[in-house]
Design a protein around this ligand. Structure first.
Ligand SMILES: Nc1ncnc2c1ncn2[C@@H]1O[C@H](COP(=O)(O)OP(=O)(O)O)[C@@H](O)[C@H]1O
Ligand SMILES: [Mg+2]
Length: 427
């Protein structure tokens, strides 16, 4: 009898030991896997939380979203009273006017309290000194000068062979992009309208045109179109050609070895005003490329680091700067459509980059919160696109699957903003 009990006890002990060893190995493997993928391991890198590594407190707060929004964003973001894009833009412009005169001169050092408000938002004072970007009024005017207007020449000057620099009768210039497939023109176009919806003013104005060699718009460049072998009645995108653009090197904090961008004294107070104003625009760029899964800017550079260690020291792809300091986000055709198709290849880089930024433009955060709360990214984007672009029905819109991915990315970005707010507001 004793022997049987002893044997059973030994068997039990053996099983327990096996279970423990198995558990430890599994944990170790999952940590190694996360490390290999470049994700922060839970509790491993507190300064660079991944979007999904939220503390339990934040998760609880998320369960009661409307209340949490009110509590955490308080008077900063009135999610219940957001007006349409145009009204918001005007409000923003007005506030710029009222505070821009009391901005410091470019030589004065700025204190963290002057740079950041409400924990994680760039201050009004800093916002007031930002270049305005492409305003609504400018966009309306440019469209008026190009939509349906005759093109007098098509020349090189906008990158690859399938892009042409078009000149209109009044001298206005546009980059015409002929997509090898419909995804590219759709990606470029819908990415542009998403930027408009978010109030990100760094993308040059865009319109669409349908090729028709008999039309007034294309008749004068019939020969060029034929020699380019642009097919039939393809829809092409036209974006404003901007003079005097220069290249932009990714700022050190946003390179792979960098610390990311956080509302911390040691990260921000040593920067010049010029550098800060650029960082403000970079914070929008990172969120925007995350939402659209555009790998063809910073993310592809991070990927290239594997075999080209100096890639970050060179200009960032598809990003330029005007002499006035505006960042210009061009060539967005990888966004939304193609970017979502190949998400499995790039997602670890997208998430890591987004998770490394914890300071935001108020307006962008406000729009993300609203799109999260109302879960209506698809409807709002479609509405804006249809209202603004007569060729929307011909070009088509996001598939249901891709619209779902967009909403999901908005929700994840929202959680990340909430996480940063929770982390830095008490400091
Ligand atoms: N809107 C624009 N305004 C001024 N230059 C432009 C514009 N778009 C493209 N370019 C010029 O063409 C180059 C390639 O543009 P891009 O759109 O990235 O083409 P590609 O499809 O070849 O990558 C840019 O680096 C820039 O010099
Ligand atoms: Mg390009």
């Amino acid at each position: 009898m004793m022997k049987v009990v002893l044997a059973n006890l030994l068997a039990l002990l053996f099983m327990c030991t096996c279970a423990c060893v198995f558990y430890v190995l599994t944990r170790l493997e999952s940590r190694l896997e996360r490390h290999r993928l470049g994700f922060p391991t839970p509790g491993g890198e507190p300064d660079h939380p991944g979007p999904l590594d939220l503390p339990p407190k934040t998760f609880r707060a998320l369960l009661a979203v409307p209340v949490a929004q009110k509590l955490l964003f308080g008077n900063v973001v009135d999610v219940h009273n957001l007006s349409g894009p145009s009204e918001q833009f005007d409000t923003f412009r007005d506030s710029r006017l009222s505070v821009s005169n009391r901005g410091k001169s470019r030589g004065d050092p700025l204190m963290l309290s002057e740079l950041v408000e409400d924990g994680v938002f760039w201050s009004e004072q800093l916002e007031a000194q930002l270049p305005v970007g492409f305003t609504e009024e400018h966009t309306r005017d440019w469209r008026e000068r190009t939509r349906g207007r005759p093109i007098v020449s098509l020349e090189p000057g906008c990158g690859r062979i399938s892009n042409r620099l078009a000149t209109f009768t009044d001298g206005t210039k546009a980059c015409v992009r002929y997509g090898i497939n419909a995804d590219q023109v759709q990606g470029e176009t819908l990415t542009y309208y998403l930027a408009t919806l978010l109030g990100i003013p760094n993308l040059p104005p865009l319109t669409l045109s349908q090729l028709n060699l008999e039309s007034e718009q294309w008749a004068a460049v019939k020969g060029s179109v034929a020699s380019l072998q642009w097919g039939g009645k393809a829809i092409v995108s036209l974006t404003e050609w901007v003079a005097n653009l220069t290249g932009v090197v990714t700022p050190a904090p946003l390179r792979q070895e960098g610390r990311g961008l956080h509302p911390l004294r040691e990260e921000l107070e040593n920067k010049t005003l010029g550098e800060l104003l650029e960082l403000v625009q970079w914070s929008d760029l990172i969120l925007f490329d995350y939402l659209t899964a555009n790998f063809d800017r910073l993310v592809s550079n991070l990927f290239s680091l594997q075999w080209d260690s100096r890639v970050m020291e060179r200009d960032t792809s598809n990003l330029h700067k005007t002499p006035g300091g505006d960042l210009v986000f061009i060539d967005n055709e990888a966004g939304l459509v193609h970017g979502y198709r190949v998400l499995h290849m790039w997602e670890k880089y997208h998430s890591a980059l987004m998770g490394s930024v914890c300071v935001f433009r108020k307006r962008t955060a406000q729009r993300v919160i609203e799109l999260h709360r109302l879960k209506d990214a698809r409807t709002r984007l479609l509405q804006l696109y249809r209202e603004s672009e007569p060729l929307a029905p011909e070009l088509g819109f996001l598939s249901d699957e891709h619209a779902g991915i967009l909403q999901n990315r908005i929700d994840r970005l929202y959680k990340h903003i909430l996480h940063c707010k929770g982390k830095y507001s008490q400091l």
